[in-house]
Design a protein around this ligand. Sequence first.
Ligand code: NAD
Length: 468
Amino acid sequence: MIPSNITATKTAELNHLSLLNPSDLEGSSYGDLRQRLLDKKAKIGVVGLGYVGLPLSMAFASKGYHVIGFDNNPQKVELLNQGKSYIQDVPTPEVTKNLEAKRFEAYPNFSKIKDCDVIVICVPTPLSKTKDPDMSYILQALEKVEASMRVGQLVILESTTYPGTTREVMLPQLEGAGKRILGRNFVVGKDFYLAFSPERVDPGNAKYNVYNTPKVVGGVTPQCGELASIFYSNVMDKVVQVSSPESAEMVKLLENTFRCVNIALVNEVAIMCEKLQVDCWEVIEAASTKPFGFMPFFPGPGLGGHCIPIDPTYLSWKLRSLNYTARFIDLANSINSSMPSFCVEKINQALNKQSKAINGSKILILGVAYKKDIDDLRESPALDVIHLLKGKGANVDYFDPYIPAIDWDHLEMSSIELSPAKISQYDLVVITTDHSNVDYASVVKNARLVVDSRNALRDYKEDKIVKL
Ligand SMILES: NC(=O)c1ccc[n+]([C@@H]2O[C@H](COP(=O)([O-])OP(=O)(O)OC[C@H]3O[C@@H](n4cnc5c(N)ncnc54)[C@H](O)[C@@H]3O)[C@@H](O)[C@H]2O)c1
């Protein structure tokens, strides 16, 4: 029987295999793996133990599975094998508990891939310098997985990528493993199984986690989709099976393009409101009272993180190869990437009103993480704001309770200690990230001038506060 927490879209065929006589499946690699998944005896390999791979490993280990982690960063592997976490959302005691219970182990090499029934790949998919998809991490991981594969394994890609990656990049490489083992190419759906399942983790989100965020799955064959669905249904509350890996890949890109475009829209609303001399935050708050047909998004100093600024570009890149221009994505990227400059212009205007210039001013950046309450600096717009201000001759310091030091993108800085006396030394404070654990009352009281790009000071009405 198919577990009851798996649902399928109308086009995904969910039940055809469960209608087969169980004896037809016995002894086949499909039947064996399916039974191991249903019996929760499958051994799981996770490749890439970062923001996505480590929480996933802990989720399965904490439910009693034996998880083997693989990461080519030996320092991370060493920390994990000492029972220590380096990811904010994964508490160290969880790693220690799973390590001591022998449910989790980590390696920098891939020889134990052959021991795994399921292999989940969670490596980075950044952009290259020329803003094209950088597939090198997936390719390196694939090569190593292929070299240690055996018959009957299920491989799932979770890294965000362009539609077609699973079938066009993963499939041929993994089929090739058959030559070494069987003297012929592996047949997908018979000798091994392949699926795509986008990760939807939202770091720092206290409500939605790896367990209660529905998991979308698309297999290369119906067998692949069904096995991957059963695998996740053992741990996740709800699994949604779609008909193909391309659909699953596109689901993730739709979700993140939706955010990217809507953030761009509201960023442009902020630019328009400035020209109209209207408070955009008040407009968004009032529009949000409409109980249908509206969903609030908020402007800011720019997009950040490993997903929203990058993933839509994977989609537009793929569409370019099909002679189509993804106009919404291009426009959204153009607006969102102009926001650090818009923020700096606000700073310029605020200082100008006090007969000061950016050049020579002492400016404190409050918050450099790409969003509130997390310790992730990747693609953070605060870094762009710092670069722009420094380029205009400002003396810039920063404070971030989650990021003690920056060594990134030609910037080497350390967070200052935030105190009333320190705050009062700056000509201007810019709130670039609205962390919850900052004493904003003290900021308002002691700062000479504040540019608030996140509406963190919504409860304060002082002339010295300039909103985005
Ligand atoms: N971070 C998020 O919030 C998030 C959310 C959804 C999806 N994603 C996607 O998930 C994927 C992983 O993102 P992440 O944030 O976990 O990245 P990360 O950089 O935190 O972790 C990736 C890990 O993979 C390791 N690695 C790199 N190449 C490897 C290789 N060849 N073999 C073994 N290990 C290797 C790195 O050392 C690192 O520990 C990306 O495609 C990302 O777009 C991320």
